[in-house]
Design a protein around this ligand. Structure first.
Ligand code: ZN
Length: 309
């Protein structure tokens, strides 16, 4: 079985605290292992999670504020130290290319790893992966910022009993799949009669942003949504001013977008008790709710139940 899960490296915005490392997340999605927004200390947090630098296939940076990128120098150098044998793709806002160049070569090291640098230069830019399409959407923050989502297309699952009932087997199954129908025993059998839709899964990653249409576009029908909730409603005015979300806003987005598992993170250090984020979110969102803690794992929920074809 393929593994799809989120590994949380850190959950603090702006500055680390005693209990929370700077931001950082890994998404395992079949053969893709994607590092999102590595803040300071991400290399060491990885050690605690069992994800190695060699596992990483891709790095996605939402924007170049320190809590989302200061882990790049260490992580990138580690790729070379561990002699990662294949190119690692890196995505980040194209407007921050100078920051990326400096972080990439922040200090002297023997560079052996190959980075496939693919900056995001347009809202809606897409990258085709084996397990779905990675899409970037522009967010509302003082500097150029993109959120990401990974969308697996719907598939098709054949029903062996129905196939047998129509006497379809062997190469005829492939023929039916390709053509969408097959003539057997003087009757036309369509693909829908012998299969069900296998719903694709969706992951969304929404970091620093004020509320905007693209937050909803990214969150739409996400099985797992990771979203910043830097503030509580008591600081709603400040949140709007500096381009951030409150826990209540994040939960409202999740509720309106049909999200299944909601992961809140990127907390301001001003709040001591994380239960307040859960309490505020619960007023709006009834699904699976996770107030992220460092070094925890959140599974992508099982596929939605297939609908009859
Ligand atoms: Zn920021």
């Amino acid at each position: 079985m393929s593994m799809r899960e989120l590994v949380v490296l850190g959950t603090a915005s702006q500055t680390p605290t005693r209990a929370r490392n700077h931001n950082g997340y890994v998404l395992r999605w079949d053969d893709e292992v994607i590092l999102f927004d590595p803040g300071e200390g991400s290399q060491r947090q990885l050690l605690h999670t069992g994800v190695t630098a060699t596992d990483l296939t891709r790095i996605c940076v939402t924007h170049f504020h320190g809590d989302h990128c200061l882990g790049l120098p260490g992580t990138i150098q580690r790729l070379s130290l561990d002699r990662v044998p294949r190119p690692v793709a890196v995505h980040f806002p194209a407007g921050g290319a100078d920051y990326f160049a400096r972080l990439r070569h922040a200090s002297s090291f023997h560079e052996t790893a190959e980075l496939a640098v693919e900056p995001i230069s347009a809202d809606g830019q897409r990258v085709a992966l084996r397990g779905g399409v990675l899409e970037a959407r522009r967010l509302r923050h003082p500097i150029e910022t993109y959120g990401y989502r990974l969308v697996e297309p719907d598939g098709c699952r054949m029903l062996p009993q129905r196939l047998a009932a129509y006497g379809i087997s062997g190469p005829a199954v492939g023929e039916l799949l390709r053509a969408g129908h097959l003539d057997v025993g003087g009757r036309r059998v369509t693909r829908d009669e012998v299969s069900v839709t296998r719903p694709g899964q969706r992951f969304a990653f929404v970091m620093d942003t004020g509320l905007c249409d693209n937050v909803y576009a990214l969150a739409e029908h996400a099985d797992l949504l990771v979203i910043e909730s830097t503030f509580l409603a008591s600081e709603a005015a400040l949140a709007a001013e500096v381009g951030h979300l409150t826990a209540g806003q994040a939960a409202q987005v999740a509720a309106e977008s049909g999200v299944r598992t909601l992961v809140l993170t990127h907390f301001s250090q001003r709040y001591g008790d994380a239960r307040r984020f859960a309490d505020e979110a619960r007023e709006h969102f009834a699904g699976e709710l996770v107030v992220a803690e460092d070094l925890t794992t959140v599974p992508v929920p099982p596929r939605r139940v297939p609908s009859a074809g």
